[in-house]
Design a protein around this ligand. Structure first.
Ligand SMILES: Nc1ncnc2c1ncn2[C@@H]1O[C@H](COP(=O)(O)OP(=O)(O)OP(=O)(O)O)[C@@H](O)[C@H]1O
Ligand SMILES: O=C(O)C1=C[C@@H](O)[C@@H](O)[C@H](O)C1
Ligand SMILES: [Mg+2]
Length: 181
């Protein structure tokens, strides 16, 4: 029997816009003492604001940039927060098949204020856009995830502590005290 390849990243956070991937990812990385990367931030650093990329070149161009950012970040390791739609890419989904993937979910009520800053071109129509997109992607998210966290109402510190505990259990770090490769 062939063993499943070991995950390259410590954690990969997926989920809809505003579910807290960036904020929680940063926090949990600090707790477990591992580097943090956010694929949206990588794309922005290299190519400028996401809304500008969508407006100037369209979504498929953004997805291609995002695919490369995801592959690079996962190969580098640590805690990786993906953009909400990164899972639409087939190559990315194949990569995530062997990763420790955590799905963050939230309610429309909780997300409405979180997505109101105009930085996300796909929800310019507000929370109705968010509901349509989140629900259409839900089966993809659920098929990839090994663990689910609802970020609607609990304080970020509690969520981060819970996720760090899950990581320790999954990796055996609690028992051995070592950092997994
Ligand atoms: N658990 C939480 N409680 C309250 N506010 C939160 C929580 N998680 C995130 N937020 C706030 O919601 C907003 C969006 O969070 P964040 O940027 O982490 O979402 P995201 O999942 O990375 O979204 P995207 O897919 O668009 O990158 C931020 O202003 C953040 O501070
Ligand atoms: O869910 C999405 O499709 C997106 C989420 C954000 O993280 C950004 O990657 C961008 O706004 C698109
Ligand atoms: Mg984010």
């Amino acid at each position: 029997m062939t063993a499943e390849p070991a995950p390259r990243a410590d954690l990969v956070l997926i989920g809809p816009m505003g579910s807290g991937k960036t904020r929680l990812g940063k926090r949990v990385a600090k707790l477990i003492g591992r580097p943090f990367a956010d694929t949206d931030k990588i794309v922005v650093a290299e190519h400028g604001p996401i809304a500008d990329i969508f407006d100037a070149h369209g979504e498929p161009h953004f997805r291609a940039l995002e695919r490369d950012a995801v592959a690079g970040a996962i190969t580098a390791g640590g805690v990786v927060s993906l953009g909400g739609g990164a899972v639409l890419d087939e190559q990315t989904r194949a990569l995530l098949g062997t990763e420790r993937v955590v799905l963050l979910w939230t309610t429309p009520e909780a997300v409405e204020a979180r997505i109101a800053n105009g930085k996300r071109p796909l929800v310019r129509g507000g929370v109705d856009d968010w509901i349509r997109i989140a629900e259409s992607r839900r089966p993809i998210y659920e098929a990839l995830a090994r663990h689910l966290i609802d970020t609607s109402s609990r304080p970020i510190d509690h969520l981060a502590a819970e996720l760090a505990d899950w990581w320790r259990t999954e990796t055996g770090a609690a028992q051995t005290g070592r950092t997994p490769s």
